[in-house]
Design a protein around this ligand. Structure first.
Ligand code: SF4
Length: 240
């Protein structure tokens, strides 16, 4: 697999925006405390990401085979119907920030702010990785799926995904717990793929309210797009 380890990811927190998001703009004392935490985090934070180029080797009824490993998800299978190359990935806020967040004061509020700061680092890692991938491979429009986002691709599927990723998660300090959760907690893993149809996990997820929702829930999408029979693609097309 062609691999890309991204360790020097630029990361800058917009303090004013974070303060607005946390409703702290009118509270000078809290603002000062937040500013101190942000300065500490910026000094040590090193968000990281890894992605690889992989080929879909087989198309099953309820999943696909990537690098000899089966990923079981009907939605993933249908989303990859016309796709041959995919990009397994893992991105993280990094162990430096994870350790730092354990050491900030015991005040619940500070812990919550530290979480938001780690979230911002993770978002930077994901954006940087996606931009890197797009400029390197020019795949056109892309979408991503993550184990655990949908009942169709449950958290247990982290295991085969991590087998595809090999030692990469370790190299950027990410590990799986027995319950298939990632440490650092602000980490994301999944598969990025080229697509001609806009896809977001949220379109198939009824959870409300969700502050991270990126698309409106479409209650009939599954039956319209994912229940009808699909056929294995024929000749590989290098663009997809
Ligand atoms: S709505 Fe929220 S929980 Fe559901 S897939 Fe989107 S981000 Fe995840």
């Amino acid at each position: 697999m062609e691999q890309h380890l991204l360790e020097d990811i630029p990361w800058q927190i917009d303090l004013a925006q974070l303060a607005r998001q946390l409703h702290l703009t009118e509270n000078q004392d809290a603002l000062q405390e937040l500013e101190q935490l942000v300065a500490q985090a910026q000094a040590i934070g090193r968000p990281k990401a890894f992605y690889a180029l992989a080929r879909v080797e087989a198309y099953l009824e309820q999943g696909v085979v990537v690098n000899g490993i089966e990923l079981r998800s009907r939605v993933l299978r249908v989303n990859l119907e016309h796709v041959h190359r995919v990009f397994p990935f893992v991105a993280t806020c990094g162990n430096e920030l994870e350790d730092w967040s354990q050491s900030v004061s015991n005040r619940l509020l500070h812990r919550f702010w530290a979480d938001q700061i780690k979230e911002s680092a993770l978002r930077s890692a994901i954006t940087y990785m996606r931009d890197h991938l797009v400029s390197h491979y020019q795949p056109g429009q892309i979408a991503q799926m993550n184990p655990g986002s949908l009942a169709d691709w449950p958290l247990g599927q982290q295991k085969p995904l991590f087998r595809i990723l090999g030692t990469a998660p370790q190299r950027i300090g990410v590990r799986l717990t027995e319950r298939m959760l990632m440490i650092p907690t602000k980490s994301v893993s999944g598969i990025i793929f080229p697509t001609e149809t806009t896809f977001e996990n949220c379109q198939l997820c009824p959870l409300e309210p969700c502050p991270s929702r990126r698309a409106v829930y479409d209650p009939t999408l599954y039956s319209r797009r994912y229940q009808s029979p699909v056929h294995a693609p024929s000749a590989p097309d290098e663009k997809t």
